[in-house]
Structures are given as structure tokens and as C-alpha cells.
Design a protein around this ligand. Structure first.
Ligand code: ADP
Length: 479
């Protein structure tokens, strides 16, 4: 497997990219966009000031309004009024007067005239220039950039007025230089912060992970030493818990495997010992070659076959290799046919097997597998019914479902064992010597089959009173 890049570098690189992005944004806004944005802001200020003055051109407070706007918005305003309908050179001035430092009062008339003419020629009677001071007034000492906005308006008495608003754009060089130095500092600080943060985050995130990883190396043996000191966040804590659980599960599975091997070998050895024992005995003692002894060998061989078949079945089911072949079948019929096989127990061994079956009820199921389920329950009922030898098989229909119950009055199952009996190779009594070929995996096969059918199933039991195993199938309508 290709070695993936370490978390340490990933964090570092991500943070660095983030910082570079921020610096880039700062650079773009501070250097490239600062002047244009500032100029744009000034232009809109100048325009709105001109509009305010124009709206109040005939107001008695015009002078006050002009002064207010000049100070509030750092502008200079000059107003010309002319009552003639045709525009003549201005004959009246309102504003700070010719001695003010404002360029509008220092530039010569031809320039003023030029701006007013330009404004009159335009559609909305306005004219905006942004020029260096030298272009407006060649005698100027310094070359500041200036905005001059000229607005020509009609007055109520059919006359004309001109509002001129000016605002200087302060040179940005000094500011920009300061910002540049600041940006260098910011860049340095941020990069240092990235290094510190990377180290800190690495310690916080990756360190616990690598500690967990180191401890997890012995997981295949079912061992995991949870590290209590380094886990400082929830995800690492959860991972830790998952691994602790995994280690427990592995240990459990390992024990189960050992149990299984021990139990299976034990169950294989018993019939094999019987077969070889009886075989040798018949070889050595010709008188022992009886039908009964031969029957023991045949029975034990059957027991072996059944055990091996059960094991194969279970492993195939657990690997999902078994595909059901469902068909619509009469469950009552199936139960009756299967129950016939148990007549031998009633006749020879004194069992009482009661049957409360309905006439006919259709379900969809795999016939062979369902027989297997029922026979497993029946064999268990017979094996564990003790001296009572009383079994009731009943079939009840309700709410669109049919429920089959196999009840015995035998030894029962302790509450703490109830949840385990469906597990593979779980036997309540490990020393139990069974009448027939119980392998301890019957119920786990039953569970697999019923779950494949999506059928409901369960057991209720009380020690000394007996057990009732049941399963339920939805009823299929005929036709
Ligand atoms: P086994 O071959 O041992 O019967 P099963 O998987 O069929 O294996 O059953 C698992 C265990 O459940 C049995 O060993 C037994 O302890 C318990 N058990 C199953 N059926 C009954 C029953 N009808 N009465 C009492 N105990 C039962």
C-alpha cells in the first residue's frame, strides 16, 4: 500500500494554504483595490453632496447647508446662480469665497466655463472629472488628484444654477508603504502561528491516533491496552472504545472457536469410538456379530453424518450460500406429515404428542428448510422433555398470521441461558448426554433459516415447567 502523507504535513499544508489565501486577499484589497475603491467612494460622496445642494438651491439656508456639507464630507462647494434662461458667465457666488484654499476658487474662469459647458451638453446636465491638479490648474504646486463634479440645474424662476463640488484624493503612497510593512509583519506572524498551530493540532489530533494505532497492533491476538492519558477528544475516545470492544469480541470469538473445536471433536469422537469399538468387538468375538450391535454402528454412523451435515449447513448459511426455494405450501399438511415420523416415540417410548392443528393454512416457505426447523424443535422437545414425555404441537391463526408452537413439559431453560441457546454450539448443560444426535448447533441453524424467511420466532421457558418454542409466518391467500 502506498504510504499516505502524514497528518502533521496535511494540517501544516492546509493551514499554510489558508494563510497564503488571507495574505493574498489582504494584498489585493490593500494594494490593488485601495485607490480605486477610495476614489469610487469619493465620487459617490461628491455626487450626493451636489444633489443635496441642488435640492436646496432656493432655500434660505443654502449657505448653512453648504458649510455643513463641506465639513462633514471633506468637500469644497461653489454655487453659481443666473436668473437668465440662457446661461451666462456666473454673476453671483455663494461659498467660502476666493481666498479659500479650494481649487474651485483658484482655477481660472475658462476652466470653470469649460466644465459648465460640458455639463450642459450632457444628457443629465452633469460633468465629472478626476484629474491631477496640474491639469486643472497649471500653477498648482503639488499634483494631487482631484474630483470635480459639475451639476447644472434649472431654478423655479426659469433661471439656471450651477453646483460644483470638489474633493481631493489624498495621495496614498505613504499609507501604502505603511501597509506594505504591516503586511510583511502580518505574514511573518501568521507563518509562525501556522507552525505553532500545526504542532499543537498534531499533538491534539494525531498523537492520540498514533498511540491508539500502536496499541491496536496486538489486536489480532485479542489484546488491546486502552491508553487513558492521550485521548483528549471524542472521536479518539470513541475509536478507543471501539477497539476495546473489538478486542473483547475477538477474544470471545476465539473462545467460541476453541469451544467449538473441543465440542465438535468430542461429539465426533463419541460415535467414532462406538463404531470402532463395536467393529473390533465383532471382529474379535464372532458371537457378538448380532443385528443389535450392527444397528449401533449404523446409528452412530448416522449421528456422525448428521453432525457433519449440520456443521456444513450452518457454515453455508452463514456465508449466505444458501438460497431459499420458497413455494406456497399447506403448513397443516406439512406438520401432519412430519408428526407421523414421531409416532414411533408414542408407540415405543410412551410419549404423548398432542396435536392441535388447523385443517389447512397456506404459507410461502422453503419446504425442506421448514421441515428442518420443525424437526429441530421436535427433536429438542423429545430430548429435553424428561420423564413427562408430553409434547403439544399447536397451530393458531390470527391477524393474517399462523403461529406454530411446540411445547414440552420438561426441564425448561434458565432465564440466563435463554438468550444464548440460539448461538452456535451453545449447550446449557455441557455434560448433557443426549438421547439422540444433538450437535448443539440445531437452534442456530433454525435461527438462520427463520431469519432467511423473515419469519418471527422465539421461546418462552421456565425451569422445571418446560419450554415453548414458536415461529410465525404470514398467511398466503389461496388462488
Ligand atoms: P442440541 O443439539 O444441544 O439440542 P440445540 O442448538 O438444538 O442443540 O439447542 C441448544 C441448547 O438449547 C440445548 O443444548 C439445550 O440446552 C437447550 N434447549 C433446546 N431446546 C430445549 C428444550 N425444548 N428444553 C430445554 N432446553 C432446550
Amino acid at each position: 500500500m502506498k504510504k499516505k502523507i502524514s497528518l502533521k504535513y496535511k494540517i501544516g499544508v492546509s493551514l499554510l494554504v489558508f494563510v497564503v489565501f488571507i495574505l493574498l486577499m489582504l494584498f489585493v484589497f490593500q494594494f490593488l483595490l485601495l485607490e480605486p475603491m477610495f476614489e469610487q467612494y469619493k465620487i459617490s460622496t461628491v455626487k450626493s453632496v451636489a444633489d443635496t445642494v441642488a435640492q436646496n438651491i432656493e432655500s434660505d439656508d443654502l449657505n448653512d447647508i453648504i458649510f455643513e456639507n463641506q465639513t462633514a464630507y471633506d468637500t469644497c462647494i461653489r454655487v453659481f446662480t443666473n436668473t437668465d434662461s440662457m446661461y451666462q458667465p456666473p454673476n453671483d457666488q455663494i461659498g467660502p469665497g476666493p481666498n479659500s484654499g479650494c481649487i474651485l476658487y483658484r482655477m481660472n474662469y475658462s476652466k470653470v466655463d469649460q466644465y459648465i459647458t460640458q455639463a450642459m451638453m450632457s444628457d443629465d446636465h452633469t460633468y465629472l472629472v478626476t484629474e491631477n491638479e496640474h491639469m486643472i490648474m497649471p500653477t498648482a504646486n503639488e499634483d494631487y488628484r482631484n474630483i470635480i463634479y459639475t451639476k447644472v440645474i434649472e431654478t423655479d424662476d426659469e433661471g439656471m444654477a450651477v453646483v460644483m463640488v470638489n474633493s481631493g484624493i489624498t495621495p496614498m503612497n505613504a499609507t501604502t508603504r505603511t501597509l506594505k510593512t504591516q503586511l510583511l509583519f502580518i505574514a511573518g506572524i501568521l507563518i509562525l502561528a501556522v507552525l505553532v498551530l500545526t504542532y499543537y493540532l498534531y499533538r491534539q489530533i494525531a498523537k492520540p491516533l498514533s498511540v491508539i494505532n500502536d496499541s491496536a497492533k496486538s489486536l489480532p491476538e485479542g489484546k488491546y491496552e486502552a491508553d487513558e492519558t492521550t485521548n483528549r477528544y471524542r472521536e479518539a475516545e470513541e475509536l478507543n472504545e471501539t477497539l476495546v470492544q473489538a478486542a473483547r469480541d475477538i477474544q470471545k470469538a476465539d473462545h467460541a472457536k476453541r469451544d467449538l473445536i473441543a465440542n465438535v471433536s468430542h461429539d465426533l469422537r463419541t460415535p467414532l469410538t462406538m463404531i470402532s469399538g463395536y467393529g473390533e468387538m465383532m471382529q474379535d468375538l464372532p458371537d457378538e456379530k448380532t443385528d443389535e450391535n450392527l444397528q449401533v454402528i449404523v446409528d452412530e454412523a448416522h449421528r456422525l453424518t448428521n453432525l457433519v451435515n449440520d456443521l456444513l449447513d450452518l457454515s453455508r448459511m452463514q456465508e449466505n450460500k444458501i438460497v431459499l426455494k420458497p413455494e406456497v405450501l399447506d403448513l397443516s399438511d406439512l406438520l401432519k406429515t412430519q408428526l407421523k415420523k414421531y409416532e414411533v416415540y408414542t408407540i415405543n417410548e410412551g410419549y404423548v404428542i398432542e396435536q392441535n392443528l388447523t385443517d389447512s393454512v397456506l404459507i410461502s416457505a422453503d419446504r425442506k428448510r421448514l421441515e428442518q426447523v420443525f424437526n429441530n424443535f421436535m427433536t429438542n422437545a423429545i430430548n429435553y422433555s424428561g420423564d413427562k414425555k408430553h409434547i403439544i404441537v399447536s397451530e393458531t391463526v390470527s391477524g393474517g398470521k399462523v403461529r406454530v408452537e411446540i411445547r414440552d413439559f420438561g426441564e425448561g431453560i434458565a432465564p440466563e441461558d435463554l438468550k444464548n441457546i440460539w448461538d452456535r454450539y451453545y449447550k446449557v448443560d455441557k455434560q448433557h448426554v443426549r438421547v439422540s444426535n444433538g450437535s448443539g448447533i440445531g437452534l442456530s441453524i433454525v435461527r438462520e433459516i427463520l431469519e432467511l424467511h423473515h419469519a418471527e420466532y422465539g421461546v418462552s421457558s421456565e425451569l422445571g415447567e418446560g419450554s415453548t418454542f414458536w415461529f410465525e409466518f404470514p398467511i398466503v391467500k389461496a388462488g
